[in-house]
Ligand binder design. Structure first.
Ligand code: ADP
Ligand code: MG
Length: 390
């Protein structure tokens, strides 16, 4: 199967509800959902306080649950493969949580640990159709869905930006991934038919209308995941911090193109110079794309996509042969405005902005030329996290 389609909130909710009843023998009382996301442009700049431009996806994570009158939280997750993951840990009302095994449970425990009120024991069932580890942020989807579920369960609601920050902190401190704020932010605040321009410094955001009948966002999953992400991501972050400190600015957001020369003059490690060059130009590209999108100037936006990919591949060095190959194949297809890798890199997805009527031809070409096994989806920007009626 090369086409992945979102199952829809109602279907996933019903599945979660049935599984919950079957497993815990009572009905759930609270439910919440949060989507995955894809970033249109602004890659590897969120941790440099730059601008990013993601959209929320129709793929979503649902969490349902109820208090269980125990000191323990029991959480199950049904994966797309049908496999059921199980974990249990102490309720925060009677203990303290620490990261540990199984690894996936750290996302849930982290969120519970950061939740602003102590929570009594509960049972929860998670069902998600967000592709995992593919660069569409199943992790933020899980964190924010779980946080929103806790809001519903406890009656304690949290300001959305604060919620995004707490979920980011959860990912830093429990799975130990030093991610930026983008994923949790868009997953919390996404809006149908809009991209979100997020200023990762001020945390102000602007909804950017993105509705065009004849144009789509096509996502191609390379279905490769190189094991580099874990070590290379923190390294890129550290290199950007180093560049900023050499330039004596708070972050690369404050740097300008001329500063690249200054870095060279300071005899900076060439890799650090390359990372800085990517970040400075990518921030400018993202702001430009946000002004062009509402004007439906897709040709120009497409050029920015290509430039972004080139820069991620050659300067940031976070692409991989498979993503480079996909962009190369798509580039020669009629009806494609632009394409680039999206997400942290080293595998995961590529996005293309393309005419709707050319999507079938693009898929055919990718299927016949790409050496790996691609999967596709087209997407319309969707809504962010919400509490659901169970
Ligand atoms: P991405 O966020 O791009 O999908 P990450 O590596 O950041 O990739 O996060 C993927 C990890 O998040 C998985 O390996 C798993 O541990 C956890 N995860 C995400 N969604 C779920 C889910 N529905 N159930 C259990 N664990 C999940
Ligand atoms: Mg993630």
């Amino acid at each position: 199967m090369t086409e992945v389609t979102a199952q829809g909130e109602a279907t996933l909710l019903e599945k979660a509800r049935q599984k919950f009843v079957l497993t815990f023998g009572v009905k759930p009382v609270s439910a919440a959902s949060a989507p995955g996301r894809v970033n249109l442009i602004g890659e590897h700049v969120d941790y440099c306080e730059g601008f990013v431009l993601p959209v929320a996806l129709p793929f979503t994570t649902i969490v349902v649950g109820a208090y269980n009158k125990l000191d323990e939280c029991r959480v199950h997750s049904i994966l797309a493969s049908g496999e059921e993951l199980k974990t249990s840990f102490v309720a925060t009302s009677s203990g303290t949580l620490i990261p540990g095994e199984p690894a996936w449970a750290n996302y849930v425990k982290g969120v519970l640990a950061k939740f602003p009120v102590k929570v009594c024991g509960f049972d929860a069932m998670i069902v998600s159709d967000v592709p995992m580890g593919s660069g569409v942020s199943s992790s933020a989807s899980l964190e924010v869905a779980f946080f929103t579920f806790l809001e519903s369960l406890t009656g304690k609601s949290v300001d959305p930006i604060e919620k995004a920050k707490l979920c980011q902190k959860a990912e830093h401190d429990f799975p130990g991934m030093p991610c930026g704020i983008m994923d949790q932010y868009i997953v919390t605040l996404g809006k149908k038919n809009h991209a979100l321009l997020i200023d990762c410094r001020s945390l102000e955001a602007k909804q950017i209308p993105l509705e065009a009948d004849d144009t789509v966002i096509l996502v191609v999953n390379s279905n490769v995941k190189h094991q580099l992400t874990g070590s290379e991501y923190p390294l890129r972050r550290a290199q950007c911090t180093e560049a900023a400190s050499l330039l004596k600015v708070q972050s690369l957001r404050d740097a300008r193109c001329e500063d690249i020369e200054e870095l060279k003059w300071l005899n900076t490690d060439p890799d650090v110079v390359k990372r800085a060059k990517h970040v400075i130009n990518e921030i400018a590209r993202t702001e430009k794309a946000a002004t062009l999108l509402p004007l439906k100037d897709f040709n120009e936006v497409g050029q920015l996509f290509y430039e972004s990919h080139d820069s991620l591949s050659k300067l940031m060095e976070v692409s991989c042969p498979e993503l480079d190959e996909l962009v190369q194949i798509v580039r020669s297809c009629p009806g494609v405005y632009g394409a680039r890798m999206t997400g942290g890199g080293f595998g995961g997805c590529m996005i293309a902005l393309a005419r709707k009527d050319s999507v079938d031809e693009i898929k055919k070409k990718v299927l016949s030329q790409y050496k790996g096994k691609p999967t596709f989806f087209t997407c319309n920007p969707s809504d962010g996290a919400k509490v659901l009626q169970v």
